[in-house]
Design a protein around this ligand. Structure first.
Ligand SMILES: [Zn+2]
Length: 247
């Protein structure tokens, strides 16, 4: 099994994630977008270049749109343009793409492949393998679970158990016992060990650094990385999963 991580949008706090990953011998793929997201501070081009020397930088469009709703022409500008922008910033070929909001379809995937990417990440989770390199799923997001503990949107008040509700049937299908639902960290370790025991192709952790900060999850992330380091599982960047598929 391979351990891979990815971090979306390109926030300044991504550098804190990177340092934490390095501390435990892990690596990350940072999907950066030049457009400011949710009013948070973003990394400068210089900071992205520095990060690219130790981690992988993936593209995440130019303005973070819903790509399935864009015209063919704009879609191409968003996808191809973001690859060119990153290669200009880092001087390194950019081979991975991440669909904003996980919003994609066959047309978007086709443009992504035609633009020269070798794979692209989605946002669906609780998966341990992929069949299509342009529909790479994830395993677990670093986010509030099982409850929304802090409410960033009014509609969250109406459905505090939403994070558990949408994942409950898949967790049961995988066979995760209810006692591990109590905390994000126990679920993360259970899923990781389950994947290792059953010899799955990968465990893909992902998140947004500003959300880790807002939800106070830095300690949880660190404890999980300690667990991964102790396991001896190899950490690779996202593009290595696509390569591993072909090997
Ligand atoms: Zn994003």
């Amino acid at each position: 099994m391979l351990f891979t991580t990815s971090w979306d949008d390109g926030y300044v706090l991504d550098q804190k994630v990177a340092k934490l990953l390095e501390l435990y011998g892990c690596t990350g793929t940072f999907y950066v977008c030049p457009a400011r997201q949710h009013g948070h501070a973003m990394m400068t081009e210089e900071e992205i270049r520095t990060l690219s020397q130790r981690h992988e930088i993936g593209a995440h469009s130019m303005t973070h749109p819903h790509l399935t709703k864009e015209s063919d022409e704009r879609r191409e500008r968003e996808i191809k343009g973001s690859k060119q922008w990153i290669e200009h910033v880092t001087g390194i070929p950019c081979t991975m793409f991440c669909y904003p909001y996980g919003d994609t379809n066959e047309d978007v995937m086709r443009v992504t492949e035609r633009s020269g990417f070798i794979g692209a990440r989605m946002t669906n989770d609780l998966m341990f393998s992929a069949t299509n390199p342009f529909a790479l799923p994830t395993t677990l997001q670093v986010t509030a679970f099982p409850l929304r503990r802090r409410f960033s949107h009014w509609w969250h008040f109406l459905d505090p158990l939403g994070p558990l509700r949408v994942r409950h049937s898949r967790l049961r299908e995988i066979g995760v016992p209810i006692r591990t639902y109590r905390r994000w960290l126990t679920l993360a370790i259970d899923l990781f060990e389950r994947a290792r025991r059953t010899n799955q192709p990968f465990f893909h952790l992902w998140g947004h650094s500003h959300e880790i900060d807002r939800l106070g999850m830095w300690d949880d992330l660190e404890h999980f990385l300690v667990h991964v380091k102790k396991s001896g599982v190899k950490s690779v960047v996202n593009s290595a999963l696509v390569g591993a598929r072909d090997a």
